[in-house]
Design a protein around this ligand. Sequence first.
Ligand code: GUN
Length: 288
Amino acid sequence: MTAKIIDGKAFAAQLRARVAEEVAQLRSAHGVQPGLAVVLVGEDPASQVYVRSKGKATVEVGMKSVEHRLPADTSQVALLELIGELNADPSIHGILVQLPLPAHLDETLVINAIDPDKDVDGFHIFNAGRLATGQKAMVPCTPLGCLMLLREELGTLAGLEAVVIGRSNIVGKPMAQLLLRDSCTVTVAHSRTRDLPSVVRRGDIVVAAVGRPQMVKGDWLKPGATVIDVGINRVDRPDAGTRLVGDVEFDSAVKVARAITPVPGGVGPMTIACLLANTLTACCRIHG
Ligand code: GUN
């Protein structure tokens, strides 16, 4: 068996096109333009790349994009003040503070200072609680993108065994909540899980979000599993330079799975598309 390669890039392009259509309608019917503010503290090169691509994608769908780039030594008070201003700004519907923050800043305090209805990352404690208790929530973008790919691939997920590898607040935990909400039987595996291969082998669905290059091997998988690889790891090439690989060993997994996301071109593009979809949702809740 050779797995179908799930084209996240194409799916994300369709999603962005649908968002762009709705943005255009919102502007013509209500005279409202959704606005997204992205806050970056410091000069982390990877974060700079993410922030740039988020801004570009925001403008491409017709939304207003505002970037606040603050020096690495910005004080907590100054950052909280900026968040307060963005919370009060009626032209801003979504606020994203790029993580990680410099060590002297309290990430939890900063995230929880964002108006939960503008929290397009879905990281605010209210949104985590709303998701866990089945209330209307802003859902973190990466797991939301994974769920969309799974639904597109499998239709209903009810009754399927899902194994999530990783328990981060950004991916693993919300992913497990979303799969539970779709009536999967969910196992969350992590670094202390015993006999990980046999746990992974239960999964009709496997979502790998551990940040360890090519850790999940093809012979760990149940034949016919659908595999979503959230990992983005840069590794050295044997010749020269680097390449991106996921948390799943693609070459062995593709022989066992029914469908699998590639890295790059799988989950990555869905994250930004879902950020735009969340910003539109936030705007519609106020003006729609
Ligand atoms: N850093 C890495 N991923 C993310 C994300 O999805 N949102 C934010 N705010 N920061 C990140």
